[in-house]
Write a protein of this length. Structure first.
Length: 228
């Protein structure tokens, strides 16, 4: 018999009973339906003291019960805790996308063969196991159109209900000539923000316009700093 394990179990049982006892007493006390103060229902200063006392007692009992639940949860194996979290929480996919501009202020868009609608949209793709969003974006760009981006920074993040998806968008720069390298991508072209392709989803069109304003503002700030 492992004496150390037995001792720890006994100590845990002692603490558990001590924490649970006030909660049990509180439940038992709440079941009383007769006059709680035994004075025929007349209100006095003792009523106020008793109310304050019972309120504090209730808070302590709830806190003890919450501590008990937390202690029991931490005793569960890590694998069981992870499994329960996966079962109780919403599952979703994560993608990384990019708003890529060149020195001429044009934005890069891809036409996917398997994308709904016109097929035009922002470049990007799904994260693989163990990948960071920027790593996934760099991999997708390298595999699909053979380019590398510069000065990538997080521009926005958004979620979708259908499909259940979280998208992380980066603002990047690139000046390479993109060439489709997979059957998924039909075309890869630079577009002026004033002549975006027909069928580009409205939400992505708004993102492009917002990013273009940001890029233009930064360029103007750099010009002013150089002339000053």
């Amino acid at each position: 018999m492992n004496l150390g394990r037995f001792t720890r179990s006994a100590q845990l049982l002692q603490v558990t009973v001590a924490q649970l006892s006030p909660f049990i007493l509180l439940v038992a006390d709440s079941l009383r339906v007769r006059d709680p103060f035994g004075d025929g229902g007349r209100f006095s200063g003792n009523h106020f003291c008793r109310i304050v006392h019972d309120s504090c007692y209730s808070c302590l009992a709830v806190a003890s019960f919450n501590n008990l639940i937390g202690r029991l949860w931490r005793l569960l194996p890590a694998r069981t805790r992870r499994w329960s979290m996966r079962m109780l929480h919403v599952r979703f996919t994560v993608t990384a996308g990019a708003l890529i501009f060149n020195d001429a202020g044009q934005v890069l868009l891809l036409k996917h063969r398997f994308r709904a609608g016109s097929g035009w949209g922002l470049p990007g793709g799904f994260l693989e196991a163990g990948e960071q969003p920027l790593e996934a974006l760099q991999r997708e760009l390298r595999e699909e159109i053979g380019i590398a981006v510069e000065s990538a920074e997080i521009f926005a993040a958004r979620s979708f209900k259908r499909p259940r998806q979280v998208e992380v968008l980066f603002l990047c720069r690139a000046n390479s000539d993109p060439q489709p390298r997979t059957m998924e991508v039909e075309r890869a072209e630079w577009f002026s923000t004033q002549s975006l392709p027909e069928g580009l989803p409205r939400d992505q069109r708004l993102l492009v316009e917002r990013a273009a304003t940001d890029v233009c503002s930064r360029a103007n700030s750099k010009k002013l700093s150089r002339t000053s």
